[in-house]
Design a protein around this ligand. Sequence first.
Ligand SMILES: [Zn+2]
Ligand SMILES: [Zn+2]
Length: 128
Amino acid sequence: MKWLRKKNTEGPGQAPGEQETFPLVKKEATCFVCGDTQSFTTVWRRVAMMKRCPNCGLVFERPEELYKRFQPACPKCEEPLEQPGFEYGFCDRCGSKFELMEGAKPGLLPNQAQREAMRKHGKSWSYL
Ligand SMILES: [Zn+2]
Ligand SMILES: [Zn+2]
């Protein structure tokens, strides 16, 4: 009997592609959602434009169009987009995402629930 050997033609599936983010070391910053200094263990610097919404999964066909705006956001769910060259992190305590630039106040990138709460209270997240 002849056994058909499974050909191993899978190859390296992943294209090398460009790295979109670069991991950074843990930081301490003021989280105004918690209202105190918190540690941010997951911190990264964005290298390339986001091509896909991390919240709703929408693929951006022309991310450069979205990034022309002062506050780039997903056209579908309004998830704020991270900008290349900026640093971001998640508060260890509440999980909020912040823009963490040295010498600047951390800026919240509100998640869906936070955006809804702000809408309800008539606040614009960009001025928080
Ligand atoms: Zn989205
Ligand atoms: Zn927090």
